[in-house]
Design a protein around this ligand. Structure first.
Ligand code: GLU
Length: 490
């Protein structure tokens, strides 16, 4: 029997949780679910200056929001913990001692200034900067001398010269590197904290990770990690580097292309299922044509074979469309919950409404469900129910009101509405029909001017749905105020 697939997501908690990180987490999660494997969450917090507990919380809460739950890792525990790297320093030390004893690693006493001077000299000579190996073969005497000077050593891995290092990548095929371009690199810094390329290997090995799926940005780190696997005699996992995320202009995804943090989308009222769907398509495609799917459907279909090599393009328009599709699928209750914070912020409700007022708000909000791509767009779509001011969306809309028949149509409709014993969808519809017939007009000539006069827009929800919600008085008020603005007398 094949061994159980074990994948991991290993973020550094150093800032807002980026969309790219969420995509890596999602691909690992989908793969684990598809293969009946385990998904591990490890926190790589060795960058003491930049790691913060807030960032870790933010990552965990975003993952949970996206439905990306972990089987093992921080908070939930598991057999191969601890899952914070800073709690594993003793573990790394054991392996470092072994490497030092075997001569596979050595102490380096060079100061940052000396290293920088070396780097500059190499650059000047037109060489690729890498460590010269100055401390490679220090005698015991020299070491003592440096120690006596109070220098704190880092520890470097002895990298063999002239070796081809090949990354067998699930997505990219074989990618070759030259060990000469790497040089002896630091595995433990002078403060005793391991570097990423070192700790990641020990952790992935000890946590029995079978597949390391991560962003393409890390491909160039992989040869270093392979050297550590070699030095420690560890069995290597399978690697898969998923492509860069670019903006629509094909430059690296940045704030210019839209918000980059998961939180920003959450704050704007995007749905986790919309974001998941969109992220899944950033580098993967299901077999069929269907682009809208749930996490469960994606789990069933996910496979690394369909993960593309070429860069994924982050197109906010596509995200909005996808999210909009998921919004249409919500129950009215769920849509109302999504809209609520935005309605409160807009001052359209307090959140403590009950009874008839609440029922009215629910009906008002429901009118926006087919029109918005994310929650923050709801208030502008329902603004007409809360103000009597009408703004024309453009000159074209304004021009609709200049038709000769407009005053007659509007006057007749208002009179019909006023006379209604009950203002309902059907009775309002009846009024439109009646006025159209009586004046021998086309539907367009009746509906369109009324729509523009009422909303300022040429498009929107059905009028027969809006008018009962607004009530005849407010409908009339809005119509009169628009006409005044347009200089038309009834
Ligand atoms: N801590 C690394 C990062 O956040 C993990 C990279 C990896 O998956 O190996 O980029």
């Amino acid at each position: 029997m094949d061994k159980e697939m074990r994948v991991r997501f290993a973020p550094s908690p150093t800032g807002p949780f980026h969309i790219g990180g969420a995509r890596s987490a999602l691909f690992n999660w989908l793969l684990a679910r598809k293969m009946g494997g385990k998904f591990v969450l490890r926190i790589e917090d060795t960058d003491r200056k930049r790691s913060t507990p807030e960032s870790e919380e933010n990552i965990k809460s975003a993952l949970k929001w996206l439905g990306i739950t972990w089987d093992e890792g921080v908070d939930v525990g598991g057999p191969y913990g601890p899952y914070h790297q800073m709690e594993r320093l003793g573990i790394y030390k054991k392996y470092t001692d072994r490497l030092l004893a075997e001569g596979k690693a050595y102490y380096c006493y060079c100061t940052p200034e000396e290293l920088e001077a070396e780097r500059q000299a190499e650059l000047k000579a037109g060489e690729m900067p890498r460590y010269s190996g100055k401390c490679r073969n220090l005698t015991e005497e020299q070491r003592k001398q440096y120690e006596a000077e109070g220098r704190k050593p880092s520890i470097r891995l002895r990298v063999p010269a002239d070796e081809k290092i090949v990354v067998h990548d699930m997505v990219r095929g074989d990618v070759e590197f030259d060990s000469n371009g790497i040089g002896d690199f630091v595995i433990v810094k002078s403060d005793g904290i391991p570097t990423y390329n070192y700790a990641v290997v020990i952790d992935d090995y000890l946590m029995h990770i079978t597949h390391v799926i991560r962003a393409e940005e890390h491909l160039s780190n992989t040869p270093r990690q392979l050297l550590v696997y070699e030095a420690l005699g560890f069995e290597k996992p399978v690697f898969g580097h998923i492509s860069l995320i670019l903006g629509t202009d094909h430059t690296k995804m940045s704030k210019r292309h839209g918000a980059t943090s998961v939180q920003a989308y959450r704050d704007q009222g995007y749905l986790p299922e919309g974001i998941d769907n969109f992220l899944a398509l950033l580098g993967w495609a299901p077999e069929g044509e269907e682009e809208i799917f749930t996490m469960e459907e994606a789990c069933r279909e996910f496979s690394m074979d369909r993960v593309a090599k070429n860069p994924a393009v982050f197109d906010i328009k596509k995200l909005n469309w996808i999210n909009g599709q998921h919004i249409r699928r919500l129950t009215p209750e769920a849509f109302f919950e999504l809209a609520k914070p935005f309605m409160i912020r807009a001052g359209y409700m307090t959140g403590s409404e009950t009874g008839e007022k609440l029922a009215w708000l629910e009906r008002v909000v429901a009118t926006a469900q087919t029109q918005v791509d994310y929650g923050a767009q709801v208030p502008e779509k329902v603004a007409m129910y809360f103000t009597d001011e009408v703004e024309f969306e453009n000159d074209e809309a304004r021009a609709v009101l200049s038709a000769e028949t407009v005053p007659l149509v509007l006057r007749s409709l208002l009179a019909e509405f006023e006379a209604l014993p009950e203002v309902t969808h059907d009775s309002v519809k009846g009024c439109f029909k009646k006025v159209q017939k009586a004046n021998k007009l086309k539907g367009q000539q009746v509906y369109m001017p009324f729509r523009v006069a009422l909303t300022g827009n040429q498009h929107g929800p059905e009028l027969a749905e809006m008018i009962p919600l607004l009530g005849v008085d407010r409908t009339e008020k809005r119509i009169l105020s628009t006409l005044k603005k347009a200089g038309i007398a009834l």
